[in-house]
Design a protein around this ligand. Structure first.
Ligand code: SAH
Length: 204
């Protein structure tokens, strides 16, 4: 079923073999509540509790491809959620730092990582708008919730040559790639529209 899912993603335009191999190897059904297990290898988003969703596999693959992860890259993920995107980044041999603002999901996914033997460098309960200044700079930053604007700290925490992949917008988001060209210059590319749950500012 995972091979079939990879074929669907290839049809939709994903070409990065390392990303496709990650999709082929990660047991997505284990990241979902058991009631959705039967549907785990459809190219769809599903609820994961706390009003959040596990992103659609195509979206995970598309964002991962844009990030151009190389082994040992230091990557920051905003929105740990189910941990599926984290697992893809780990499979790409990145050193991953991941931030989640919902306590319930943070706890649940942390336990799950331990159980599964997934080893991100750190899982942080906090606000992704601020990034993670103490670990900056990063080779890549990936935001997995819809951001109403581009948080300045995330751009500031990129290495020169580093990449920020962020869906920007409120109702609908434009997938946006920023590549840091120098201390002050960023190259911006827009790559089509997507729908994400919102990147929230206040904690509750
Ligand atoms: N990468 C996840 C996608 C989860 S959906 C996966 O593969 O399953 C987006 C996640 O972003 C949700 O878990 C949501 O709680 C979280 N989120 C929303 N606003 C946030 C913020 N300001 N900082 C960190 N995480 C946030």
């Amino acid at each position: 079923m995972r091979n079939q899912l990879a074929e669907v993603l290839i049809e939709k335009g994903i070409v990065d073999e390392a990303v496709l191999n990650a999709i082929r190897s990660i047991p997505r059904h284990l990241f979902l509540d058991s009631s959705f297990e039967d549907h785990a290898y459809q190219d769809k988003a599903f609820p994961i509790g706390a009003d959040q969703t596990i992103s659609q596999p195509y979206t995970v693959a598309f964002q991962s491809e844009l990030l151009q992860v190389e082994p040992n890259h230091k990557i920051l993920e905003i929105g740990t959620g189910s941990g599926y995107q984290t697992a893809v980044l780990l499979k790409l041999k990145a050193r991953v730092y991941t931030i989640e603002r919902q306590l319930e999901l943070f706890k649940k996914t942390n336990l799950f990582f331990n159980k599964m033997g997934y080893r991100p460098k750190n899982v942080i309960f906090g606000d992704g708008y601020k990034g993670l200044p103490e670990e900056a700079p990063f080779d890549g930053i990936i935001v997995t919730a819809g951001a109403p604007f581009v948080p300045k700290p995330l751009l500031a925490q990129l290495k020169i040559g580093g990449r920020l992949v962020i869906p920007v917008g409120v109702e609908e988001q434009i997938m946006t790639l920023f590549v840091r060209k120098s201390a002050k210059e960023f190259e911006k590319t827009e790559l089509g529209s997507f729908r994400f749950v919102p990147l929230l500012e206040d904690k509750n």
